[in-house]
Design a protein around this ligand. Structure first.
Ligand code: FES
Length: 267
């Protein structure tokens, strides 16, 4: 096999004993990623298998971690799209959306960079050696499936529509229309989810890729310009949406469990 070191004319690494010459805190970003992503996954796992405190009956708040609610254990009012699966403990209420969202985030270009660096140390940072002796990129099983990201994007768009529907239904109170702090949180989460989804690199390519002349496609050019502005914030939106998802879920759990009441502005 031809490697970088054996390829004719290839440069080899200078004979430096130190693993890296970097003296800054290059390890801080991977460490923050491990803590942030690890903590979020732990919280989400506990919540998904709690099978409780996901619905606020008075205000029709449904947490995104349980949407769409499709097992026969779902509270009937929370099952907006029907129940199709048995209510076994191992099956999450959102058994349709969670795997697709997991696929979307796992194959996201930003998250790939983040977890390759933080969890796989491949490499942990620029100018820091890889934690592994060999490197095959994403050309082989299983990482070749990272190419499925473009398809996961369509699924994530569909689930964002469902989340938007949930947020609209939540303008409810026992007297009819209602508006509270829960609505602000639900709508804020949905707006951020759309921003993250639209800022996806695949979305940018779908909208503006493979065009020879932007001048002949002014609408697509405008859309591409808008998506490009969001795209440069993709990393921030990836983290912000983890925050808004956890906040939305925690708030609905707290109100549902009776830890505190929803702050109501109207009804
Ligand atoms: S690149 Fe991150 S969601 Fe598509």
């Amino acid at each position: 096999m031809t490697t970088t070191a054996t390829r004719p004319g290839a440069r080899v690494r200078a004979a430096i004993a130190a693993r890296t010459l970097r003296t800054d805190r290059w390890w801080l970003a991977p460490l923050i990623t491990v803590i942030g992503l690890g903590g979020w996954v732990a919280y989400a796992t506990v919540r998904v298998f709690m099978h409780d405190f996901y619905w606020v009956e008075d205000y029709h708040y449904l947490t995104p971690f349980y949407s769409p609610c499709i097992t026969d254990r779902c509270i009937p009012e929370a099952a907006h799209f029907g129940t199709y699966l048995p209510g076994w403990w191992i099956i999450p209420e959102a058994a349709f959306s969670l795997p697709l969202l997991l696929l979307f985030r796992l194959t996201c270009y930003y998250y790939r960079k983040a977890y390759y660096r933080a969890f796989w140390m491949s490499p942990p940072a620029c100018a820091v050696p890889d934690g592994h002796k060999t490197y095959s990129g994403e050309t082989r099983f299983p990482l070749i499936f990272q190419n499925a990201h473009r398809y996961a994007f369509y699924a994530a768009g569909l689930i964002s529509v469902v989340n938007t529907y949930d947020a609209i239904l939540a303008f409810h109170s026992p007297d009819g229309f209602g508006f509270g702090l829960g609505n602000v949180i639900l709508v804020g989460n949905v707006v951020m989810l759309w921003a993250y989804t639209i800022s996806c690199h695949s979305c940018r390519h779908i909208i503006g890729g493979r065009l020879k002349h932007f001048s002949k496609h002014p609408m697509r050019y405008r859309a591409w310009t808008f998506v490009s502005k969001l795209n440069v914030r993709h990393m921030q939106l990836a983290w912000i949406t983890l925050g808004t998802l956890a906040l939305t879920d925690f708030y609905i759990m707290a109100v549902s469990a009776g830890w505190f009441s929803d702050l109501r502005f109207i009804n």
